[in-house]
Design a protein. Sequence first.
Length: 426
Amino acid sequence: MSKGMTREECTLAIEGLSGQIDKYAELLVRKGLCVREGQEVVVQAPVECADFARRVVRLAYREGAGHVTVIWGDDAMARLEYENVPLEHFRHTPTWKVEQLNSLAEAGACFLFIEGSDPSALDGIDPAKPAAAAHARNTECLSFRNGMDFGKNVWCIAGVPVAAWAREVFPGMSDAEAVYRLWNLILATSRADGDDPESAWETHNASFEKTKRWLNQHHFDALRYRSSNGTDFTVGLTAGHIWDGGAGRTVTGTSFFPNIPTEEVFTSPDRNRADGVVYSAMPLVHSGQVIDKFWMRFEGGRVVEFDAEQGRECLRSIIEADENSCRLGEVALVSKNTPIRQSKTLFFDTLYDENASCHLALGMGFPECVEGGLDVDKDGLLAMGVNQSSTHVDFMIGSDDLNIWGLDADGTQTPVFVGGQWAWEE
């Protein structure tokens, strides 16, 4: 058994990554946010990631940002609040927070969300509390929410290690070594470990185009899923559905990457056409709690039955968040031949784990994934079959033996996935 790294070795090793971490920060600012001259930039970050946040702020000003607002988060403080404050408090977002987020969005800000948290931070907390807080934020901070949902504001989510997260990914290691190892994984899976991450992302983005073109040309009526873990499921697609992935684009034409890393192509299904059973392929971390070994059964687009070996009540809070959170807003296809899957690492973070596995999402659908979707209101999207909800929660179903067929309206079947990979990768 190999000996672990000493604290001194870890310190030197992380210092040795500093230049590459700067390139990663630059990637997020230039390709994730595409900061414009004079623009407001918002950085949401855990307090443990202060060093990285400072790098981002420095680079954002270098790119011409007019002002940078930093919003700090802390797992321990959040837990203390949930432990000591009654449920009723979380049913509304404080007025100052509503004003803060809405005014920033209305001013045209771009938003960087730095992910880094303890997957088990809220173990034992009533899941109704974080669910209520998320519902309130998503329904009361409408300019903020709609700005991202309807292509008005640029946004990007990316990960930075914190000790509690790193310990979960690398159990048995010291905090210092686990953080170092997680930094290496984040840089590698984000294509930020080379000399020119920005060029790497341009090349990566081009790879999405062939796949999207093939799917959009076929314009399947439905997708049929089968795998040996019990998944037996068919989901309908809307008449005007569009497959998307890679770079996003605002209504004014700004190109940006909302997720770094990303490996998925996705669309929004018909909210009324999902039938069968899906089994999870990986744990889901939601609101600081782990949901594992779970399944859901759909009828007519709705979850009608579910169970989980771990985190059942948290899963219930997702499904019952509002009247439409029991319906699907996304279907996403991810080959098992991607860097995240090939790393054979469970990240306990949806940003990474969803890019290792085909997944579905309960809740909000994407207006850009249906023809004319950005030009209509929420009622119009519902009429098109695109789900509307206060939540959007991805869960992974992509096992190594997953097969997916595209179904035409006449029942013709075309292989899309064979054994967990694109049919043409066989």
